[in-house]
Design a protein. Structure first.
Length: 332
């Protein structure tokens, strides 16, 4: 597929894209006689991208559009109609199916008798909406950039940490060491070099995995105090505050960690965690997470009493709360 836009000034402009940027497109000629009553199934695969390669299971709703409709069979894939313009969102359940504009003409290589026989245009189009992070640097060898925010109002002697990975229900052979079947390799990224981030920068040294066990063997210390897990830093959306971070779009008191994660070690692109409040409550209580809001949104494909976050995305939570928000990174 190719990245397209509805903006004539963009390099990927396509007139059949009527929605916006980030719609990946393929156009092909298909033998509709080999479909199921004119319908076929698809899943997209994201190479070197955010989250898993294959999309997770899809539970597609009835399609909107000038033809719309619903396939005459159940599936965990997207369903599309042969001979129409089909539009989907990566991992989304919605769909839109439209007739080709009447000004469109068949490609020169299409046999007119073949078109008349099927009574539909046999050129088919697929659009998938998915935002890709544009970067001028080489990708990390660890994996995909992932951000987690947890809102927690704290006092100056308190710090917030993450512990997680995948629990023993999903990984029965989980052990307490690193590596383990329930730990996920990470590499913590810098949030800044000012004094505000001194603790975060000290504790992120040697933090090689998201795990359930607290400080790793060679993890850094701050003033001889060991970490309690993967460190987080207090952030704000206010540019005048020392903890300002542009990815924080919500307010003060959002503790943040930015790391590259090996998404291949997650569960279909999802991982679990609980935050730990040092000099406070300690572990969060059990969580009963609801469907996430945000530009990605969705549910994890498993049950858990922990927060569930998406590898390769921006994940936002509240300490001890069941709500969540998952967003794509915005292209630069």
């Amino acid at each position: 597929m190719a990245w397209t836009s509805n903006n004539p000034s963009r390099a990927g402009y396509q007139s059949l894209n009527t929605w916006g940027d980030h719609y990946w497109m393929v156009e092909f000629e298909m033998d509709c006689s080999d479909t199921e009553n004119g319908w076929f199934e698809v899943k997209s695969f994201l190479l070197n991208g955010q989250g898993q390669g294959w999309e997770g299971d899809v539970h597609q709703a009835e399609c909107q559009g000038t033809t719309g409709g619903k396939a005459p069979f159940a599936t965990i894939n997207h369903w599309a109609r042969c001979g129409f313009v089909n539009k989907f969102d990566f991992q989304g359940n919605g769909c839109e199916i439209n007739y080709f504009p009447t000004t469109e003409t068949p490609s020169p290589g299409v046999n007119s008798e073949f078109i008349d026989h099927f009574c539909i245009r046999i050129i088919s189009l697929l659009f998938f909406s998915h935002t890709i992070v544009e970067t001028t640097t080489a990708p990390s060898p660890i994996g995909d950039r992932t951000v987690v925010f947890v809102k927690m109002i704290t006092n100056p002697i308190q710090d917030l940490f993450l512990r997680g990975g995948l629990d023993s229900i999903l990984r029965p052979n989980c052990s307490s060491g690193v590596p383990s079947s329930c730990t996920i390799p990470i590499k913590d990224n810098s949030l800044g070099e000012t004094e505000h981030y001194a603790k975060y920068n000290a504790w992120r040294e040697g933090d090689t995995a998201l795990d359930w066990n607290g400080a790793e063997k060679n993890q850094g210390t701050y003033q001889n105090r060991p970490a309690e897990g993967t460190p987080m830093a207090w952030t704000s959306n206010n540019p005048s505050r020392p903890g300002y971070q542009s990815l924080n779009t919500w307010g003060d008191h959002y503790w943040m960690v930015d790391f590259n994660m090996d998404c291949s070690q997650t569960e279909q692109g999802w991982f679990e965690f609980k935050s730990v409040l040092y000099n406070g409550q300690g572990w969060e209580n059990d969580i009963h997470q609801i469907e996430c809001e945000g530009s990605f949104n969705g549910n994890a494909p498993f049950k858990s009493n922990n927060h569930m976050a998406k590898c390769g995305f921006i994940n936002k939570f509240d300490f001890g709360a069941n709500s969540c928000e998952i967003n794509y990174f915005q292209s630069s």
